[in-house]
Design a protein around this ligand. Structure first.
Ligand SMILES: Cc1ncc(C[n+]2csc(CCOP(=O)(O)OP(=O)(O)O)c2C)c(N)n1
Length: 659
């Protein structure tokens, strides 16, 4: 501690408290309890230790502050305003209003200075671990100055969520000593005291994860908080968990109870609380001049820190990706699983995309995610680009978000079915516009013997229903190349590559217009004016191709459309989409070994959807596919049926197969 804390520090802390209170009262909703209890630790961190420059929120050398308990966002908004980020008092007054810069939970990319989109409890813990990995990795590869520290404020709810256990366990293993958790140990959640459902020894839990643990007995004791943070920073070889005992809603009549957690309590309580904190109840959103001045020091301090950093840091590559050189797969290649093709692509990308790094949730040999020659990222070997996430799909995914938020280009892999274990973080990658490449192999019942517990059915529909994520299910090795190009070209949004376990024929680029796969959908082959259009994705494209052969023998002309990505296809011009799927051709059949939900969009009212609206079965993949109706014969039969139905004039029994 350089200079002693004084009355202005106390006034500053109470300013944060009253700003949070006024904002919640004005919005008539929100969470004042956490900001009021945790203001002192945030004050100490933001005035004495955190390295940031409010004038340049994207300064790469800054420390990261993650408010994992995102419901307490008025704490962060108040700090951002007071320290000079581009967030005005007017913005604070608009807390939680339409199009305001102060939404109900922090949103990365929306409010300057917000590092992570938090609110779903637990996510921020994983994001912080990802950022700490990024800090270590950048320092190891590009020099110490390229690294940074990460501080996360975490709550009881954060620590109850399983994802915090997954991420913290890995952080301990990795000995990330640039990571500090400040635990807002206030013993209160929405339902009441933590005695109701959360009684383990949290510090002991973190010690068991391999963290250094510290306790601050009084969350209002600035010197004790200061000493703990200083010790955490100095401590080497372990991340640090500081349990800070606080009083939720400090200053209010409801302090220390779950009533203080959320909601406006009305003008009377508001006035009473402000009086208790030494503030004039008639003044709203009031920032004393001395407090402005104290926090205002952050601008000069930040400018100096950044200037000094620029002198010492060497060049660091950015997340942008150069023109990629990826060898196409020859039409003579033996059939190859798209997961295997993806592995070969990653090996080629390794040298071309400097900040590419990634790993798998303990399925490396199955996901084909480790390029030859890449070292593991392990304690003492932080330059390694391969991440051993362990069996922690949710933690892996929240960590990948933190890596992407730090400017790296991460990929993270598991079996497609286990998307369900990771979905909250995958959703947030889209919401917070992070360019993670999600690799999901074993993409259908075609995976075979592992059976219905491992066979995805509804996962494609789930991802397609998620805004802003590009879902790409390639039909072969060459479409897999296209998928990777798309994924890395998207510098602001995530992509999910949905890959097969089973080998698939390689589509010869000399014969098929594979480059058009990048448009999400294209005519693979067929007659210009076909009787029927067969639409497939992934492995089932090959069924459509085989069905086309059968239909030819039956005198029915057809076209096969490969539709690896609905989202990319929807981005194409209307005229292109009409070229691929001409409106006048109503006889259409889709085939995809997954839930049928949504395919009506492409086959229309008179088409047929071949899919899977039940769970799979344990059997060899080809057997499971056959028994569950994924055969070329069935596709051809359905095609014939819809062609016949389409030829019945309207008013007739069109589309009724029994007629
Ligand atoms: C994943 C998730 N589940 C539920 C919620 C709803 N929720 C918001 S705050 C909260 C309890 C918070 O308790 P704590 O984390 O101790 O915060 P504090 O009461 O100290 O503000 C819950 C359940 C949420 N935000 N995220």
């Amino acid at each position: 501690m350089s200079t002693p804390y004084d009355d202005i520090d106390q006034l500053a802390i109470n300013t944060i408290r009253t700003l949070a209170l006024d904002a919640v009262e004005q919005a008539k909703s929100g969470h004042p309890g956490l900001p009021m209890g945790a203001a002192p630790m945030a004050h100490v961190l933001w005035t004495r230790y955190l390295r940031y420059n409010p004038a340049d929120p994207s300064w790469p050398g800054r420390d990261r502050f993650v408010l994992s308990a995102g419901h307490g966002c008025m704490l962060l908004y108040a700090l951002l305003h007071l320290t000079g980020y581009d967030l005005s008092l007017e913005d604070l007054k608009n807390f939680r209003q339409w199009e305001s810069r102060t939404p109900g939970h922090p949103e990365r990319g929306h409010t300057p200075g917000v590092e992570a989109t938090t609110g779903p409890l637990g996510q921020g813990t994983g994001n912080a671990v990802g950022m700490a990995i990024a800090g270590k990795h950048l320092a190891a590869r590009f020099g110490d100055a390229a690294g940074f520290r990460v501080f996360a404020l975490v709550s009881d709810g954060d620590l109850m969520e399983g994802v915090s256990g997954e991420a913290s366990s890995l952080a301990g293993h990795l000995a990330l000593d640039n990571l500090v958790f400040l635990y807002d140990d206030n013993h209160v959640t929405i339902d009441g005291d933590t005695q109701l459902a959360f009684t383990e020894d949290r510090a002991a839990r973190y010690a068991a994860y391999g963290w250094h643990t510290l306790t601050v007995e009084d969350g209002n004791d600035l010197d004790a908080i200061d000493a703990a943070i200083a010790e955490a920073i100095a401590h080497e070889g372990q991340p640090t968990f500081i349990s800070v005992k606080t009083i939720i809603g400090f200053g209010s009549v409801d302090a220390g109870t779950s009533r203080a957690h959320s909601d406006a309590r009305g003008p009377e309580q508001q006035a009473e609380t402000k009086r208790a904190l030494g503030f004039d109840p008639e003044k709203f959103f009031f920032v004393p001049e001395e407090v402005s001045a104290r926090y205002g020091e952050a601008l000069d301090r930040g400018a100096a820190l950044e200037a000094e950093w620029k002198q010492t840091v060497g060049p660091i590559p950015g997340p942008e990706v150069p023109e990629l050189v990826i060898e196409p797969f020859d039409g003579d290649e033996k059939p190859m699983a798209t997961r295997a093709a993806s592995g070969k692509v990653i090996a080629q990308l390794a040298g071309q995309v400097p900040l590419l790094l990634g790993g798998s949730a303990d399925l490396t040999p199955s996901n084909n995610t480790k390029p030859e020659g890449w070292d593991d990222f392990e304690p003492g070997a932080y330059a390694g680009r391969y991440l051993r996430f362990g069996v922690r799909e949710h933690g892996m995914s929240a960590i990948a978000n933190g890596l992407a938020a730090s400017g790296l280009r991460p990929y993270a892999a598991t079996f497609f079915n286990f998307l369900d274990y990771a979905k909250p973080a995958v959703r947030l990658s889209a919401l917070s516009r992070l360019p993670v490449v999600w690799i999901y192999t074993h993409d259908s019942i075609g995976l075979g013997e592992d059976g219905p517990t491992h066979q995805p059915v509804e996962q494609l529909a789930t991802l397609r229903a998620t805004p802003d994520i590009c879902v790409f299910r390639p039909a072969d090795a060459n479409e897999t190349v296209a998928g990777w190009r798309i994924a890395l070209g998207r510098t602001e949004l995530p992509t999910a590559l949905i890959l097969s376990r089973q080998a698939l024929p390689v589509l010869d680029p000399a014969r098929y217009p594979i480059a058009d796969a990048a448009r999400g959908g294209y005519v693979l082959e067929g007659d210009p004016e076909p009787d029927v259009i067969l639409i497939g994705t992934g492995a089932e494209v090959h069924l459509a191709l085989a069905a086309r052969g059968l239909l030819r023998e039956r005198g029915v002309s057809s076209r096969v459309v490969s539709l690896p990505s609905w989202e990319l296809f929807e981005e194409q011009s209307e005229s292109y989409r009409n070229e691929v799927l001409p409106l006048e051709i109503e006889a259409r059949v889709s085939v995809e070994a997954a839930a049928t939900l949504g395919w009506e969009r492409y086959v229309g009212l008179h088409g047929a959807v071949i899919g899977l609206d039940r769970f799979g079965a344990s059997a060899p993949g080809t057997t499971a596919l056959e028994h569950l109706g994924f055969t070329a014969e069935r596709v051809a039969d359905e095609a014939e049926r819809v062609v016949q139905a389409a030829s019945i004039p309207s008013g007739g029994q069109r589309g009724d197969s029994e007629s």
